[in-house]
Design a protein around this ligand. Structure first.
Ligand code: MN
Length: 409
């Protein structure tokens, strides 16, 4: 165990070790890891310890580290565990531990390309019923490919950044012409975000089995969505201004390695069986290379937990999403981010958007203070939290993803 005075069940224990970018007053943002209630200044510590590639951690984003690829990520984690468990390294490491409460967290990556998927069958079914009540809820392509769209990388922000209510066109059902103004149906989407590294060459697809070489880690992601703008604009090319105003991610990137014990088989893909390029291979842990993740969310609205979406219910694996995203030869860049799509389980209290929770505004949600909500009001705060099982009975925290709504400008 670690030489740090740390309870064995701490959600940022030695089995977690997420990466993020932090600063202290008067210092430049740089890479750190979270251990217990501390942040380790990785670049300074690694330089002192004589580690060769310390300079990638003295950058204001994880992108340089992401560019080193899987073998370097694995050896960095081994070094980090050694540094925090070997008592002989304590004197070298301890001076670089800072109180987590004293640091400011920044966006962990310079976001390269951003894609958002739609991988939850229950979410896609609910949205289909709400947006297209006269058709089949799932489109004919849904179980053949992970549906996605390219989003706006430049408006991805770190947890804690205010969300300004977007204005745009919407067409109220009672009107014959569209109107312009602040969105009146502002919503959340509770998602998992995947951080990609190990850039690829144009024209070189990445298989499902090789996807883990590029899946560095995960963050919590809130894909804020203006449903009224979205409903009017999305036909026939998909989401645009109803999504691109802000996307919030959590500051700590929990690595794929830390989530090894959270791998679970997918709920099932037999009817239909996906095309061969989307099929994974068997692995020793039984979850396959197309795996799911046992991550449980909490969605808190102004202090009331209104939903607990289970990530394990998602139809498509992150490895399948990555393989599909590159099957046409599109490159991966260091710092790419892709979202899973809203996570919704089968039960009402597992829905990952307020569109679904309030069934398009028809069934208001009552908060603990007695107030009722359908969509977000100015001043409302939403917190996403999530945990996953770690090795040896430990719990891995994914931290928090927070945003507060400010009035339209
Ligand atoms: Mn989304």
């Amino acid at each position: 165990m670690t030489w740090l005075d740390l309870p064995a069940d701490h959600p940022f224990g030695i089995t977690n070790l997420p990466y993020g970018v932090f600063s202290t007053p008067g210092s430049e943002p740089r890479v750190g890891t979270r251990i217990g209630d501390h942040v380790l200044d990785l670049g300074a510590c690694a330089e002192k310890a004589g580690m060769e590639s310390y300079a990638v951690w003295q950058q204001p984003s994880l992108n340089a580290f992401l560019g080193l690829g899987r073998p370097a990520w694995t050896s960095a984690r081994e070094w980090l565990v050694e540094a925090l468990t070997n008592p002989a390294m304590r004197d070298c490491v301890e001076p670089y531990l800072l109180a987590a409460a004293d640091v400011t967290m920044h966006l962990p990556i310079e976001v390269a390309d951003y894609v958002d998927f739609y991988a939850s069958e229950q979410h896609a079914t609910n949205v289909g019923r709400i947006f297209r009540p006269d058709s089949e809820p799932l489109t004919p392509n849904w179980k053949h490919l992970p549906i996605g769209y390219h989003g706006r990388a430049g408006t991805v922000v770190v947890s804690g950044t205010d969300v300004v209510r977007p204005s745009g066109q919407r067409k109220p059902p009672t009107e014959s012409e569209p109107v312009f103004g602040p969105s009146v149906r502002l919503d959340i989407e509770a998602e998992l975000g995947f951080i990609v590294g190990g850039a690829t060459q144009l024209g070189s697809p990445v298989s499902v089995a090789a996807a883990d070489d590029h899946l560095f880690g995960v963050v919590l992601l809130n894909d804020w969505s203006a449903r009224d703008i979205q409903a009017w604009e999305y036909v026939p090319l998909g989401p645009f201004l109803g999504k691109s105003f802000t996307t919030t991610i959590s500051p700590w990137v929990v690595t794929t390695e830390a989530l090894r014990s959270a791998r679970v088989p997918l709920p099932g893909q037999t009817n239909p069986t996906p095309l061969p390029y989307l099929q994974g291979e068997a692995t020793d842990d039984g979850a396959g290379t197309a795996y799911g993740l046992d991550i449980t969310y909490e969605v808190e609205w102004n202090g009331t937990v209104v939903s607990r979406p289970p990530y394990s219910s998602l139809y498509w694996s992150p490895a399948q999403m990555l393989a599909h995203m590159t099957v046409n030869g599109a490159t991966l860049r260091n710092g790419d981010l892709f979202g899973s799509g809203t996570i919704s389980g089968a039960e009402k209290e597992q829905r990952g958007s307020f569109l679904e929770l309030s069934w398009s505004g028809q069934e208001p949600v009552t908060l603990d203070d007695g107030s009722e909500r359908t969509f977000l009001e100015d001043g409302d705060t939403v917190v996403l939290r999530a945990t996953a099982p770690g090795p040896d009975g430990t719990t891995i925290s994914l931290g928090e993803c927070v945003g507060t709504i400010r009035p339209a400008r």
